[in-house]
Design a protein. Sequence first.
Length: 302
Amino acid sequence: MTMRLNKLLPMLLVLLLAFSFGSSVQAADDNNGGAIDEKYGLPKLVLGEALSDEQKDKVRELLGVDDPEMVNEYIVTAEDLVNFINGDPDSNMYSSAKITRKDEGGIVVDVVNPENITQVTSEMYANALLTAGIENALVEVASPLKVSGHSALTGIYKAYNVDGEALDKDRMEVANDELVVATDLADEEGMDQEKVSELLTEIKKAISEQNPATREDVEQIVQQQLENLNIQLSEEDIQMLTDLFEKMRAIDIDFSNVQTQLEDIAADIKGKIEEVTGDTGFWQNVQQFFKDLFEGISNLFS
């Protein structure tokens, strides 16, 4: 009995520490959640103009806005779409976002109800936001009804173009182009959304490392990454990708400044792809741990 107990104690200690650590992290998050950031001010909540009052309330609920005094609220309109990216003035704006700025930590995007954001993934948003020049923020996206998700990007732009701030218009436009290319590849080519994000991220990483000087250099990088990821695209779509990244090169976007954030996005994408393709080694280890633990408890009292 004593020998069995000695074998079981280390396992129980690990389990106890795991629960204690999780509780501590949650407590820390809860304690920090109510504090006002005096450097960046309140989080910004941007609601789509086409939403009804009831739908706006639903978005506030989805994005955890219990007290309207704890956010700065804005409405994103079709006029904003025209001003920021020369978009269609007849567009309907539904998808909405809450932006909480940070000093560090990179871009973290949480699509809180992905079943209603049908075309744009969190990685697509994060990639586009880096292109637009946004760094170090928690961005939460939601919609009370099924939408593509494109208008949330303009809402995020609006949050960064108030109180005397302004993002670069060329970067905003090319970031929007990037989002359109990403969703087009997923829709027209039938590519997995994570695979599309992986391709865009790897091209950006290669651009930051190789610093292409010409369009031909950009096209070579695009071709190389397609080969590396074993992706087959039509010649038309290859040219579409080359056009996109040539625009980025022409306005001199320096992705080396956000290399770490690109690495973080790449790691997130890889994790999701492994999850989909069945890389379950980690969870098998967890399952085996608990199996051994409960067998030990059972043997102790048998």
